[in-house]
Ligand binder design. Structure first.
Ligand code: TXA
Ligand code: MG
Length: 346
């Protein structure tokens, strides 16, 4: 298949290019587009055949449901049974990086929800995503636009690498600002269960809802026969092809471990900016200052992809703190590392 690639600038949107991409969606085709979190691989959320094409293009298991993207928070009611708690979440966080799981309406086919009776709804804030959904005139079902299992794409080059030749259109809208996927919550009565942490933190959610529970699969690995709340939790994710090991220890202990590793192993390192001067300038990737979690989030998936191109035997990264945006970094890294943590002591 020939893939059309359109460059669109978020601050001066080419409406002709948006119309053309929207017509691909309306005709049942696939369009990759930027959002503020990561790039999505979009199709008409009411078209079961289009949904099947998403699973085929990604190589994704068909029981792993898709998020549907709406142009405005009010449009959620077309696709889901919305509650008063949804309205409060929408008022506080939408448009933005929050996905809410609610009971689904019949208009959403089983192919989109993996046969579940609930649907995940998100209203992105990215101007290109919003223009595309509005022009399509229908919700757009979109998982991250990567081959299943590899890190989510945060720029058009990542999407082109994974999806060129597999889909009709790619919109290149530059780099994603946040770099990690949306926070996912499920509404259960008056309670919220966080299934995936993201830029909307648990503390932010607690300002709107008294009871916010964090699903154990966010930080722990699932037991052998455990059924996850979200089907996506059971799949290996974000994984680079070289093994990734997370280092847990004091700043000094990790730094001396890394220097020793560089001398004795063929390793790649995701390091903090402050550590660069202490390390040999070989196969290291600066993921931002130790205190700048936003920069680390924005760079993480690109760094994992880049680390893979070095062809090293092993990749080292820091074990993030489990607070605020750190919880989202922790969740992505611990899964990319298949829960491999090495304690280092000085
Ligand atoms: O930021 C994002 O959320 C990006 C952009 C493109 O919007 N999308 C994204 O989609 O990350 P995806 O498919 O890569 O991740 C969606 C996750 C999966 O783990 C899936 O299992 C879960 O959401 N999910 C979707 N619908 C669900 C439902 N009804 N119940 C439980 N989990 C659901
Ligand atoms: Mg994904």
């Amino acid at each position: 298949m020939n893939t059309d690639i359109f460059k669109i600038y978020p601050d001066s949107i080419d409406s002709e290019a948006i119309r053309s991409a929207a017509s691909v969606i309306k005709a049942g085709g696939l369009v990759a587009f930027p959002t503020e979190t990561v790039y999505g691989l979009g199709a008409d959320a009411t078209d079961k055949n289009a949904a099947k094409k998403i699973y085929a293009a990604k190589g994704r298991p068909s029981d792993n449901p898709l998020i549907i993207h709406v142009a405005s928070p009010e449009d959620a009611r077309i696709y889901a049974e919305v509650s008063e708690l949804y309205e409060r979440l929408a008022k506080a966080f939408m448009p933005g990086p929050l996905t809410v799981i609610m009971p689904k309406k019949l208009i959403v086919p089983d192919e989109v929800t993996g046969g579940l009776d609930s649907v995940a709804v998100r209203c992105p804030s990215h101007p290109i995503a919003r223009a595309l959904i509005s022009a399509a005139g229908v919700a757009i079902a979109a998982p991250s636009a990567n081959i299943s299992g590899s890190p989510s794409p945060t720029c058009a080059e990542h999407v082109i690498k994974d999806m060129q030749g597999r889909i009709e259109t790619i919109i290149d809208g530059g780099e994603c600002e946040i770099g990690l996927e949306s926070t996912i919550v499920k509404i259960i009565g008056e309670k919220l269960v966080m299934l995936r942490p993201g830029a909307i933190t648990a503390d932010a959610l607690r300002c709107v809802c008294d009871e916010v529970e964090i699903a154990s699969a966010v930080t722990e690995s699932l037991g052998e026969n455990e059924r996850p709340l979200s089907p996506g939790m059971k799949y290996r994710h974000y994984a680079p092809s070289s093994p990734l090991v997370l280092l847990d220890g004091t700043r000094e202990a990790v730094a001396s471990f890394l220097s020793a590793a560089q001398a004795s192993e063929n390793c790649a390192i995701l390091c903090y900016s402050e550590e660069k001067a202490l390390l040999k300038n070989e196969n290291i990737i600066d993921i931002g200052s130790e205190s700048d979690l936003k920069a680390q989030a924005q760079r993480l998936f690109g760094a994992l992809r880049k680390a893979d191109t070095f062809g090293c035997d092993i990749i080292y990264a820091h074990l993030p703190v489990q607070e605020g945006l750190g919880l989202a970094l922790y969740n992505r890294l611990i899964r990319a590392a298949a829960h491999t943590v090495r304690k280092v002591n000085s």
